[in-house]
Design a protein around this ligand. Structure first.
Ligand code: MF3
Ligand code: CO
Ligand code: CO
Length: 287
């Protein structure tokens, strides 16, 4: 039952778990309830950064493959199959599969779903927007990225939301420099989003990533001065703003994962993993 009488999304049928070849290295949390406490810090050597880049490239290329299949009539489960097969065929593990019990290899978040939508029998329709979020784990490192796609022709306001959310990410990335506090990132994103009256989601944030999927470092996307961690060269984290056409109140569905806007306003997101350089930031999730 993927949409109700108002056209709002509802939970669908989730397909059986997809297998991962035995020779692919699993993250430590797979088969456990919770990830280990990590506390290994958020800075990386040049060699470690190259391993995160290799994982991040696979994640980005997997999104390319999924994006090429996006059209009206396709189910989000089919998109999961494509992403899963791309990641495992490149010798990597899809980090979301078995993360705190999450059942699929990517997140597919449509329309009013902010994030963490579970692929199921939902059929994409002309005019939808859909975010695809993929994290790949290889050689001990995670790379995390997402993009939002339009399905066929979308309403002008939806097209603008998607374009401006990607621009908001770009502005957040441009704010990164060693010696600044992490709160400069959200300040730049929120200042831009406010011009258009968009909601800037606060309950979900960017995060440290690399040895751990989520390291404990938090990167807010709104102006949050108390997040005063100083950015250092060699730090690796994500920036992943979620902007809405309405409010920022969120509801979590009874599947314990899917997050939607309470007012059902549509929402878009873009995400990159980056490393802090001497002058700014370098993206690690490019194809
Ligand atoms: N990739 C998401 C992020 O950007 C996390 C997804 S966790 C999941 O942080 F379990 F929902 F898949
Ligand atoms: Co992330
Ligand atoms: Co992600």
């Amino acid at each position: 039952m993927p949409r109700d009488a108002h056209g709002h999304l509802t939970a669908g049928r989730i397909s059986p778990q997809r297998p991962v070849p035995k020779d692919i290295e699993r993250p430590e949390y797979v088969g456990r309830a919770e990830p280990d406490e990590h506390g290994h810090g958020d800075t990386y050597t040049a060699g470690e950064v190259e391993r995160i880049r290799a994982a991040g490239r696979i994640a980005s290329q997997a999104i390319d493959a999924v994006g090429a299949a996006i059209r009206p009539g396709v189910t989000t489960d089919e998109l999961d199959r494509i992403g899963h097969e791309f990641v495992v065929s490149h010798g990597a593990y899809p980090s979301t599969l078995g993360y705190r019990g999450y059942p699929k290899s990517l997140c597919s978040s449509l329309n009013e779903v902010i994030c963490h939508g579970i692929p199921d029998d939902t059929v994409l329709q002309e005019g939808d927007l859909v975010n695809i979020d993929i994290t790949a784990y290889k050689d001990g490192m995670h790379g995390d990225t997402n993009r939002t796609f339009l399905v066929g022709e979308a309403a002008p306001a939806v097209q603008d939301l998607v374009t401006r959310t990607e621009e908001a990410l770009r502005r957040g990335i441009k704010a990164v420099a060693p010696g600044r506090q992490v709160n400069v990132i959200g300040r730049a994103i929120e200042a831009y989003a406010k011009r258009f009256g968009y909601g800037v989601v606060r309950d979900y944030t960017g995060h440290g990533v690399g040895r751990a999927f989520h390291s404990g470092l938090i990167i807010p996307h709104y102006d949050a001065p108390h997040y005063d961690t100083v950015i250092e060269e060699g730090m690796v984290f994500t920036i992943e703003p979620m902007l809405t056409l309405g409010g920022i109140e969120a509801d979590i569905w009874s599947d314990d994962w899917t997050v939607s806007t309470r007012d059902k306003s549509w929402t878009a997101q873009f995400e990159h993993t980056l490393v802090v350089t001497e002058r700014g930031a370098e993206l690690l999730t490019v194809s």
